[in-house]
Write a protein that binds this ligand. Structure first.
Ligand SMILES: *Cc1c(COP(=O)(O)O)cnc(C)c1O
Length: 393
């Protein structure tokens, strides 16, 4: 299997620097080429929220793959409207556009906002510092981290940034050209930082008073990650449109954005499209995901395990001085350190626990939403061991 790593290095563009090679997954566990088991608290970056190879989803994919895979959006398919209906029932009166990734879903929202504003000469979008919205040129221009944009100048025009949770700065940035405000209800890549409730309420008010669209990026927070179906439901603040993607197919690529009924005629035939968006196969996978979330009471488990983890991590904080803060929502948890978190992540991986970082100083936990109590306890033990090793000197 060394051969595989060599092949990768020789032929795959080095935009990532992978270490382990995994050949199999089951529930919360991954297996490397030597058969070593790892407890996966990354869920493929919040994607495999129901664990690896959930049997109901594997079954739905294989069944649909032998029936009909792709026909283009020039024709109806059986699964797309059923999935759209389910997503609308979980959100608000409106309609859905299907894409394949988070960035593509966000691109669609940005286009809708510009199209909507174009009659009034409005095109500017206010985004947040430290945000992350994707790697395409428009979503990159909306991403509030200079590091990610470096070398790709000029930035696509029309985006301005304000500090997250700063309503005064946002009001100041607002002008007659503003068509929308874009934000993550909980910043993910930026450091697992939840919005303040009052901030979101104020943003909603500003949008209503100034005829500006409120757009939430729920690519990471959506589909149960925060303990509600969508994070905005946790806050009780409705956006005008929002995107989702990561967990929507449990690993089968699918993204979507959902638009309130007032704005469903902004995009007409010919104004926006996606060849692979909402194929029968992708929608079958996603329908199975939504089915499992309901049948297995996944949100309940998410909230239970969230509480156990937050309580235990607060205790761990009193034991290790390097821990500054525990923050997040549901099973999207950040352990803020007083130093770079990457070495700790490495130590945990060596112990058999896979974790992520967010920003520079935040260790990020994204376990599957159906993680068991035993697995949570195992992860906590391994994490404590990792902290002990990390703080030894
Ligand atoms: C991951 C992520 C994206 C980008 O999604 P891709 O599928 O990688 O394009 C956008 N926004 C947020 C909040 C994300 O976490």
């Amino acid at each position: 299997m060394d051969n595989i790593k060599e092949l990768h290095k020789k032929y795959v563009l080095p935009t990532y620097a992978p270490e382990q090679l995994f050949v199999k997954g089951e529930g919360s566990w991954l297996f490397d080429e030597a058969g070593k088991k790892y407890l996966d608290f990354t869920s493929g970056i919040a994607v495999c929220a129901l664990g690896h190879c959930h049997p109901a989803i594997t079954e739905a994919i294989t069944r649909q793959a032998s029936k009909l895979v792709h026909i283009s959006n020039l024709y109806y398919n059986e699964n797309q409207p059923k999935l759209a209906e389910k997503l609308i029932k979980q959100s608000f009166h409106g309609k859905v556009f299907f894409a394949n990734s988070g960035a593509e879903a966000n691109e669609g929202m940005i286009k809708l906002a510009r199209k909507w504003g174009s009659n009034d000469g409005k095109f500017e979008i206010i985004a947040m510092e430290n945000s992350f919205h994707g790697r395409t040129l428009a979503t990159l221009a909306a991403t509030g981290r200079k590091k990610y944009r470096a070398g790709f100048a000029p930035d696509m025009p029309g985006f301005v940034f304000v500090p997250y949770n700063d309503i005064q700065a946002l009001k100041k940035a607002l002008n007659e050209k503003t068509c929308a405000i874009l934000l993550e209800p909980v910043q993910g890549e930026g450091g697992v930082l939840p919005a303040e409730k009052d901030f979101l309420n104020q943003v909603r008010k500003v949008c209503d008073e100034n005829k500006v669209l409120l757009m939430f990026d729920e690519v990471q927070t959506g589909i149960g990650r925060t303990g509600k179906f969508f994070a905005w439901q946790k806050y009780g603040v409705e956006p005008d449109l929002f995107s989702t993607a990561k967990a929507l197919g449990n690993g089968f690529p699918i993204g979507a954005f959902i638009v309130k009924h007032q704005y469903t005629s902004v995009l007409q035939p010919g104004t926006h499209a996606s060849t692979f968006g909402g194929t029968p196969l992708a929608c079958a996978a996603s329908l199975a995901v939504l089915g499992v979330i309901q049948e297995e009471d996944i949100l309940k488990n998410c909230n239970e395990k969230s509480k156990i983890l937050f309580d235990a991590l607060e205790k761990m904080k009193t034991k290790f001085n390097t821990i500054v803060e525990i923050r997040g929502m549901g099973l999207m948890i950040g352990i803020v350190l007083d130093q770079n978190a990457a070495p700790l992540r490495q130590i945990a991986a060596n112990l058999g626990l896979l974790l992520l970082t967010a920003g520079e100083n935040v260790l990020r936990l994204l376990p599957p939403l159906n993680v068991s109590s035993d697995e949570v306890n195992m992860a906590l033990n391994l994490l404590e061991q990792a902290f002990e090793e990390f703080t030894k000197n």
